[in-house]
Design a protein around this ligand. Sequence first.
Ligand code: AHR
Length: 498
Amino acid sequence: MKKAKVVIGKDFKVGEVDKRIYGSFIEQWGRAVYGGIYEPGHPNANEKGFRQDVINLVKELQVPIVRYPGGNFLSGYKWEDGIGPKESRPRRLDLAWFTTETNQVGTNEFVDWAKYADTEVMMAVNLGTRGAEEARTLVEYCNHPGGTYWSDLRKSHGYKEPHKIKTWCLGNEMDGPWQICKKTAEEYGRVAHETAKVMKWVDPDIELVACGSSSSAMPTFAQWEATVLEHTYEHVDYLSLHTYYRNDENGTANFLARSMDMDNFIKSVVSICDYIKAKTRSKKDMYLSFDEWNVWYMTPSHTYERWSIAPSINENIYDLQDALVVGCMLITLLKHADRVKMACMAQLINTIAPIMTETGGVSWRNTIFYPYLHASIYGRGTVLNAVIDSPKYDSKDFCDVPYLESTVVFNEEKDELTLFAVNRDLEDSMLMEVDLRDFQGYKLVEHIVLEHEDMKATNTKENPLNVVPHNKGNTSIEDGTAQILLNKLSWNVIRLAK
Ligand code: AHR
């Protein structure tokens, strides 16, 4: 059996976990909104047409923040279409996904939904077809107390109190040729700067996220970040990162190593931010918003009817391997808790999501729900700088991939220590030995495991409990050392407390 060693100390810290790293994303896309969160007439719909079964699942995940309304959809969106009486809202062609948007859910409905789901809204403004004027008026509509055209319009729509939306994204993936009105880094940098300025003039309490590259694979990656930050460094608070992985022809061992790419991506973006900080003689640090990340198997647009309303798009049914990669990605985000302050699993309902629904029917948990759940509820506190010594392997695209992917979160308030661990090994169990000398007297609370004899096992509407965690993991603690058995291809959460 392979063996890995981990040493941790109370004083060796990466940083405080900002709970917003457990954020998610709902785009006006496919059945995320219509048939996902909103389905008037569904037996579980509440008085506003929102599905209570879905709200309960979102609450179970304790999602702290949800990005809205896009995504690619954002770059053609007129937010004014989605306010006021529902019967007079226009239907529009959505050129991002070639569907028809009915606008029955807009800004106010989403704010209502967020309240039901106990979450915060991360609002995004369209910098594709639109600009500073439409962005600043949206801030005024949402956040200004009253006495002006836009804030009084909100009041006339039944929302007397301002929404007080704190976090705002300046556009979406503006470097992507697929974007409605993509921009060069210079063009976007200028627009983002001016838009940021006027949005903050309307409400100085807001925080802003500038668009980084759509992914590190973009040809413009790195230079895009540098140019955009040169224009915006003093006006924004975060820079965005996006990445998606899938299990391709290079195989599972390679797929499981993909989080190493995410790790490199974060390190590179941190370096670029710090370079611009130095270059502009700035005193502030730039933080990262990893506001789109997940596993994604893309289905092409010809698989649904063009201009249809809320068709089923990219409703990925994930397997155990996907859940393990999601687990590794969550661990990677935690390892960068000092710089990554927000992150959004993309997305939340139906489209590439942990929560699935049947229109008119049931809802269930995709496999990726579980690592997300465990990290969100147990991964709050301080990330410790664990020294990990693990056996390694090489895969098609990666060298020296540790079989053990792991991190540790210490919750001082609750006196709880949580170890997250993935065993990437396809064949063997592994013994993980953790030196707990700094955590004398800590006892095992539980060892949760997500595993399955078939790595392609999924949860479906018909069989929703096929891949579920159990808490019969094998951990013992003796003489200040924890001996933790990690079964092959498993996600593990080991909870210790005084
Ligand atoms: O999350 C799905 C899509 O992926 C988003 O609309 C877009 O921003 C990204 O390309």
